[in-house]
Design a protein around this ligand. Structure first.
Ligand code: UDP
Ligand code: MG
Length: 326
């Protein structure tokens, strides 16, 4: 069998050679034939030159370079499209995904698993973040159509058929965590100790980005927020009807009074707010439809040492049909 590694890199010039060395050492001890597909996601710090340098000395190195920063999801997609191995391991370039775990992943793959998932523990994470994460995963697993798990990221091994499955999912808004769960297949999970990011390195996960990522997850895999709007609307209508009946009965029994200024203001502002929220939810879905209908490519290539036609755009399916892996 042949192993492919897919490594998205964005401004990783400081660690890339250290990463490559650590990875090469592990792969050497494993002893399977392999290729490493580095995807330079429009770095501005010379990562591409570093990759070209690696490719010059190591013939297992393939690289793809984007015309600008398209995001990690696009970089992973590109890597998966060009990877040719029987199994593919996706890992970060910043040494937060320990290369020592690849051997274990391969062992599980040989036992017949299609997805071998490495799940990080939360040691070293700020307590508030851990709390938010717990609450979020509880919420999303109640709602979403796919099961998502805390600590599970992109670090995993995928069999060829799992990769082909992923490549059939063409959506522009890619929420990988959900896509991995969506394709299914036999999966196994093991834990590894969290590796803290380098102290001088700012995580790209600011609170705001986490919040936005959270909404993405919620909206990408179900239409339940829309359903919620219907339920809340029905509930409020029922409450309003009940209140109206009560006011009418009170007026008949006790005569007409004119209090309720505060109630009125509260109701107007409250309902106005609710309507804006629901409009926002609808807008989010429409926004997604807008981006999907444009059918833009996920990224543009600037440079590569591979044959651009190698991309697995059309692959013959086992039954002779042609499936599009774009
Ligand atoms: N990355 C990328 N494009 C981006 C941001 C990140 O390809 O726009 C890569 C980055 O080089 C790294 C991996 O994705 O290999 C994870 O990024 P990072 O370490 O910043 O995220 P975190 O570890 O905080 O999830
Ligand atoms: Mg990282």
């Amino acid at each position: 069998m042949r192993l492919s590694l897919v490594v998205p890199c964005y401004n990783e010039v400081e660690v890339i050679s250290r990463f490559h060395q650590a990875l090469g050492q592990q792969l050497g001890t494993i002893g399977q034939p392999y290729e490493i597909v580095y995807v330079d996601d429009g770095s501005s710090d010379g990562t591409l030159d570093a990759l070209i340098g690696l490719a010059a000395t190591d013939e297992s190195v393939r690289y793809l370079s984007f015309s600008r920063n398209f995001g990690k999801e696009a970089a992973m997609l590109a890597g998966l499209r060009y990877a040719t191995g029987d199994a593919v391991v996706i890992m970060d370039a910043d040494l937060q995904h320990p290369p020592e775990l690849i051997g274990r992943m391969l062992a599980e793959y040989e036992r017949g698993f299609d997805q071998v998932i490495a799940r990080r523990t939360r040691t070293g994470d700020p307590a508030t973040r851990t709390l938010f994460a717990r609450a979020y995963y509880w919420l999303i697993n109640k709602w979403a159509d796919v099961e998502l798990m805390d600590g599970v990221g992109d670090f995993r091994l995928l069999s060829r058929r799992a990769v082909d499955g992923l490549l059939e999912l063409n959506e522009y808004n890619r929420f990988s965590k959900g896509l991995f769960a969506w394709i299914g297949f036999e999966s196994i999970l093991f834990e590894y100790e969290n590796v803290k990011s380098a102290p001088d390195r700012k995580s790209r996960w600011t609170f705001r980005r986490l919040l936005e990522y959270g909404f993405d997850g919620l909206l990408s895999f179900n239409n339940k927020p829309l359903r919620l709007a219907i339920y809340v609307g029905l509930l409020l209508t029922a409450v309003a009807a009940g209140y109206a009946v009560w006011v009418i009965v009170a007026a008949i029994v006790q005569g007409v009074e004119m209090p309720g200024y505060v109630t009125l203001i509260a109701a107007i502002i409250g309902l106005g707010g609710l309507q804006l929220v629901m409009l926002g939810v609808i807008g989010e879905y429409i926004g997604r439809i807008y981006y999907e209908t444009k059918q833009r490519p996920h990224y543009l290539l600037k440079q590569t040492n591979m044959d651009p036609a190698q991309r697995l755009e059309k692959r013959p399916a086992p039954d002779g049909r042609t499936t599009r892996g774009r």
